[in-house]
Design a protein around this ligand. Structure first.
Ligand SMILES: Cc1cc2nc3c(=O)[nH]c(=O)nc-3n(C[C@H](O)[C@H](O)[C@H](O)COP(=O)(O)OP(=O)(O)OC[C@H]3O[C@@H](n4cnc5c(N)ncnc54)[C@H](O)[C@@H]3O)c2cc1C
Length: 423
């Protein structure tokens, strides 16, 4: 039986798929992108209405195109990001096939056979670019029968979507803090469950924190220590961009609580760790200021000093006398937004490319199966790997690998081989 053949199939048409296409085209490598929705679907249907980028427009982009219609120091809306990637795909003439879902991938003739909603495709190489955040996680804490509306941040759109009354937002990374702030501004009673987090300064001594991450070599950090991979980062480009300050959020009326532990008979048990989590976030914030100051001295730079950035506001009442048990009905809480992150979904990949915990086995995206690549995953190669500009760089590395591999097609290939990187 013969199938449609492509040299490289890219699965997923978000920024990762587009970056991959650009680099393969530059190397003259034939490829096809299949996307189950539309170009940049996650930026269309998995973001809330008011979302803006966490990084300024000069930074959160690919090298070969700037954002138009916005200051380069501004923060693009999700709609602008969609338009940017649609235009980008057009600019590089990316060979897209939208509305096609990949349902299975298996070994075939030394390459791969990919089953899609529109038939089978044979590919010599497959790049899995299906996103860093695939399956929303809602921990099984509150039973569905509890009569509380529960949604994940991926499904949150705006305050009007939630039933009237108080809201508990669980998770205080960028999504959780921005959603909690929006709900409070809309007049809701809001409880925010705060776990361990980093909270870098938005701007310091005249530069945005994304600039500082570059200057301090932090975007290039490699995932040497697995514990560093899962730090929640609380940043915000909303309202022109600002440092996430939990004490300020409390001053607007948000009640901060510690980590959510369990739920029984309408009562939420909260860990006594709020003060510790906020203190660790403060320490992270101050450490970044210290690192930036040291850099300024080392480089002999004339950046304006900013001592007021070190002022930490007094602790609010909710930190001094933290809530440890929360009766949801008595507190008027009618809904919960779980901003608790995502897991990955590789069930459709029927080759042995995963470790015992189901994580892809790879080096900088080059998997342990010849011809199979992963792109866009958190910490794939570096801290920047799942971010807009970082994925572009990782895609270049994978394209080079595919091109080098193409030169070796006459070499014998073992089925299900575990070879590691070829170059
Ligand atoms: C709320 C939020 C805000 C973020 N803000 C920023 C930011 O400001 N700046 C920044 O740099 N990064 C940000 N990120 C991180 C990152 O840039 C985004 O997650 C981005 O969408 C990742 O791009 P991607 O192409 O890797 O994955 P995605 O954009 O998720 O694209 C993957 C594509 O694969 C498709 N797909 C999945 N499975 C299949 C299949 N089986 N068959 C066919 N198609 C499939 C999906 O439909 C999707 O279009 C944010 C992430 C989140 C969740």
């Amino acid at each position: 039986m013969s199938y449609e053949k492509v040299e490289t199939l890219i699965v997923g048409g978000g920024q990762a798929g587009i970056a991959m296409s650009e680099h393969l085209s530059k190397l003259g490598k034939q490829h096809l992108i299949v996307e189950r929705g539309r170009i940049a679907e996650s930026w269309r249907s998995r973001r809330w209405d008011s979302l803006v980028a966490n990084g300024p427009a000069w930074h959160d982009r690919f090298p070969n195109k700037t954002f138009s219609g916005i200051s380069q120091d501004g923060f693009a809306t999700a709609r602008m990001i969609v338009d940017y990637f649609v235009d980008y795909a057009d600019q590089i003439k990316a060979p897209f096939r939208c509305g096609v879902e990949v349902q299975a991938l298996c070994r075939w003739n030394g390459g791969f056979r990919v089953e899609t909603s529109e038939g089978s495709i044979e590919a010599e190489n497959v790049v899995v670019a299906t996103g860093p955040f695939q399956r929303p996680i809602i921990p099984p804490v509150i039973p569905e029968t509890a009569g509380i509306t529960q949604i994940h941040s991926a499904d949150y759109r705006n305050p009007q979507q939630l039933p009237e009354g108080g809201v508990m937002v669980i998770g205080a990374g960028s999504s959780g803090v921005q959603i909690a702030d929006e709900l409070r501004q809309a007049g809701r009673q809001v409880y925010l469950s705060v776990g361990p987090h980093d909270r870098p300064p938005r701007r310091y001594r005249g530069h945005d924190f994304v600039w500082w991450l570059g200057a301090l070599g932090m975007w290039d950090a490699e995932a040497a220590d697995p514990s560093t991979q899962h730090v929640t980062i609380a940043v915000s480009g909303a309202k022109g961009g600002h440092t996430v300050d939990f004490r300020h959020l409390a001053s607007t009326g948000i009640t901060l609580v510690g980590m959510t532990r369990s739920y029984k008979n309408g009562v939420m048990q909260i860990a006594p760790d709020l003060r510790k989590n906020i203190a660790a976030g403060d320490a992270n914030y101050l450490a970044m200021l210290d690192a930036a100051d040291a850099y300024v001295v080392r480089q002999g730079l004339d950046f304006p000093e900013e001592p007021e950035a070190r002022l930490i506001k007094p602790d609010p009442q909710c930190m001094n006398d933290p809530v440890l048990e929360l009766n949801l009905a008595e507190a008027g809480i009618r809904s919960i937004v779980w901003a608790t992150g995502y897991t990955q979904d590789f069930d459709w990949i029927k080759v042995d490319a995963f470790d015992q915990s189901g994580r892809p086995q790879h080096h900088r995206g080059v998997s342990c199966i010849s011809g199979l690549y992963f792109l866009g995953l958190p910490w794939l190669a570096r801290r920047s790997s799942s971010f807009i500009w970082g994925v572009w760089r990782d895609a270049g590395y994978i394209a080079e690998h595919i091109a080098a591999r193409g030169k070796q097609v006459s070499l014998p290939r073992a089925d299900g081989d575990i070879t590691g990187p070829v170059i």
